[in-house]
Design a protein around this ligand. Structure first.
Ligand code: PEP
Ligand code: CO
Length: 454
């Protein structure tokens, strides 16, 4: 029998200790009485689309903020991130002729695991910042105190974000006839031009179809896109309070987002986060960093996907440039040895974080690209399927990762460094990444094989 509270008897890691149990209970009760943000049918549809990804018939594109923030929330941030993801998806679909499953790190990505529970500045020690759903970024005792009411604020922001995403994806903005309108001004000219070429070619095809009197029968499919949300299921009080029973299957659904993932720091096989996630029917992501052992991976796969259903589990490899060759092959061998059905995705961000000479946390764009290349090469060598990419990006013109066609340097980082946590790719770098992945997909026969021959 499932018990969605059973995580509470496991070790409590990477979660805040709330000092006011009455306020905590009140916030949980309010969330429990609030509408679910996503619905069981949507989670099931994403699962079946991910099943197609696991067979090489589609590609997963997952991206968004490292941490969504209360301060930077607004229509422009949501719209521009959505635009960049649409552009990237277009580059991949058009170039590699594979459907792209679009998933935002949006509408719920508020809680952050930290490497240390406290932070010391000028001899003053305070709790670490853990994301806006838990405490505040300013370095003062009041801000850093975990506050359960922040869960309500996060829920409200997630609801408003999702409302906008649903409008953008179904209300005409994502209509393929508007492919030119998704461009952002500050994209590097070289990639902006390459994108325009694709958009022009696509427009030609659509014009031809219309001129020939062949109005596309499924025109609503060209006028809308399916867009899903995802976040790390870290703050389990929030996750539990938004879990609902699906009237159709009787199963439990995490109502906080379509796909939830388990972070690299909270994937202990007998830990609270695995215990929570194993019980919900949503598609689950599992971050796999250098410390994961084949033994742990085996237990995690058996625990999280006991029926071995395709689309249930996405393994998100995040090792760092040059390190995938050391770690990924043994994980692939484990998965193949078990006959486990998984989606393999590549997060080229979290293994590539360094401190710049100017003191900023950054990621060299070349390292990001190198890890993606390795990921594709290793899968090609093993005959397995590189199913997707997972990365941190924004539609804003930030200067957080160095490199790219516009060649950001360490000195440039201070110009527009706005992230609430890890450094993100800006719109221009994101599009460059999409063109690289497009090329790698065309070079790797395993992706899109079934689509091309269908
Ligand atoms: C993240 O995705 O923001 C994150 C913290 O990743 P990981 O768990 O892989 O370190
Ligand atoms: Co991050």
């Amino acid at each position: 029998m499932s018990d969605i509270s059973s995580w509470r008897s496991r070790e409590r890691i990477q979660m805040p200790v709330y000092t006011d149990p009455v306020a905590l209970r009140a916030a949980e009760d309010r969330l429990r009485a609030s509408p679910s943000l996503i619905f069981a049918d949507e989670a099931r549809r994403l699962r079946s689309e991910l099943a197609a990804v696991s067979r090489g018939e589609a590609f997963l594109l997952q991206g968004g903020d490292c941490a969504e923030s209360f301060d930077q929330f607004g229509a422009a941030t949501v719209r521009d991130t959505f635009k960049v993801l649409l552009q990237m998806a277009m580059v991949l679909t058009y170039g590699a002729k594979v459907p792209v499953v679009k998933v935002g790190r949006m509408a719920g990505q508020f809680a952050k695991p930290r490497s240390a529970p406290t932070e010391i500045v000028d001899g003053v020690e305070l709790p670490s910042y853990r994301g806006d759903i838990i405490n505040g970024f300013p370095f003062d005792a009041e801000s850093r105190m975990p506050d359960p009411d922040r869960m309500i604020a996060a829920y409200n922001q997630a609801a408003a974000t999702l409302n906008m995403l649903r409008g953008l994806s179904k209300g005409g903005f994502a209509d393929i006839n508007r492919v030119h309108a998704w461009t952002l001004d500050f994209t590097a000219e070289d990639k902006a031009a390459a994108y325009r070429d694709i958009a022009d070619a696509l427009q030609d095809t659509l014009d031809f179809i219309r001129a020939a009197g062949l109005s596309p029968r499924k025109s609503e499919e060209l006028a809308t896109v399916d867009f899903y949300t995802s976040h790390e299921a870290l703050l389990l009080e929030y996750e539990e309070a938004l879990t609902r029973r699906d009237p159709v299957s009787g199963g439990l659904v995490a109502g906080s987002g379509h796909l939830i993932w388990i972070g690299d720091r909270t994937r202990q096989p007998d830990g609270a986060h695995v215990e929570f996630c194993r019980q919900v029917i949503n598609p689950i992501g599992l971050k796999c960093g250098p410390s994961i052992t084949p033994e742990d991976l085996k237990v995690l796969i058996e625990t999280l996907n006991p029926e071995n259903e395709a689309g249930r589990l996405t393994l998100i490899a995040r090792f760092g440039a040059g390190k995938a060759s050391e770690h990924l092959p043994r994980l692939i061998d484990t998965v193949e040895g078990m006959g486990a059905k998984v989606v393999w995705s590549c997060d080229p961000m979290h293994g590539n974080t360094i401190k710049s000479v100017t003191g900023y946390k950054t990621r060299p764009f070349d390292d990001v690209l190198a890890e993606v290349r390795d990921f594709f090469r290793i899968h090609r060598d093993h005959g397995t399927i590189p199913g997707g990419v997972h990365f941190e990006m924004t539609g804003q013109d930030v200067t957080e990762c160095t490199g790219g066609l516009r060649a950001l340097t360490d000195e440039d980082l201070s110009d527009r460094y706005h992230t609430a946590c890890d450094p993100r790719l800006n719109a221009s770098q994101s599009l460059e990444l999409a063109f690289l992945v497009n090329k790698l997909m065309r070079d790797t026969e395993t992706v899109g094989r079934s689509v091309a021959s269908a």
